[in-house]
Design a protein around this ligand. Structure first.
Ligand SMILES: [Zn+2]
Length: 182
């Protein structure tokens, strides 16, 4: 095995296989592009294969561009730091104000949900909340706190949310234009 540096794909791993009769491309779990070539193929020749397949690979394979990936990781770190210094205290603020009790708070970075409440009383909040305006953030926190008294999204649940966030309908609608993923 050897590897080459590529302007589009970053580090590309070259795997040589005695059984391979043609060139194959795949993406490893690390996100690195791997090309498999017949044994005895030089790096120089592998590079030429890569060049000839470049456009096809870009279209077909979800290769992570290393620079984009690094930027994303850095953003996640910043959001996590901000979230740690803010969300637990904001949750505590609303919980105290409206007399809710929860056992634990967890910060997540799932791509699909802003928050959740487990039956054991843990409230999870997505660090992506640090990207949205404060009233929307508060809406999510109040939403999760209201789940302490109502497990479902019944009329009684929404009434309780509305008592603490009278503009919840608008906030809920506005939240749809943001994505929790980093
Ligand atoms: Zn809910």
């Amino acid at each position: 095995m050897s590897s080459i540096q590529d302007k589009d794909f970053g580090e590309v791993v070259i795997r040589r296989s005695a059984w391979s009769t043609r060139v194959k491309c795949s993406v490893a779990t690390s996100g690195k592009l791997t090309i498999t070539v017949p044994s005895g193929t030089s790096d120089f020749l592998a590079k030429r294969f890569l060049n000839s397949m470049r456009e096809d690979i870009k279209k077909k394979l979800p290769v992570k561009d290393p620079a984009t990936q690094r930027a994303r990781d850095a953003q996640k770190k910043i959001l996590m730091k901000k979230a740690r210094e803010y969300l637990p205290y904001r949750l505590e603020f609303w919980a105290t104000k409206y007399n809710y009790s929860y056992t634990n708070v967890r910060l997540t970075h799932a791509n699909t949900r802003w928050g959740s409440r487990s039956s054991s009383g843990t409230i999870s909040l997505n660090i992506g909340l640090m990207k949205v305006p404060e009233p929307l953030r508060d809406y999510v926190i109040i939403h999760e706190l209201a789940h302490i008294n109502h497990m479902d999204h019944s009329a009684a649940f929404w009434q309780e949310v509305g008592e603490h966030d009278p503009k919840y309908k608008r906030h809920r609608e506005q939240l749809k234009s943001f994505s929790p993923g980093v």
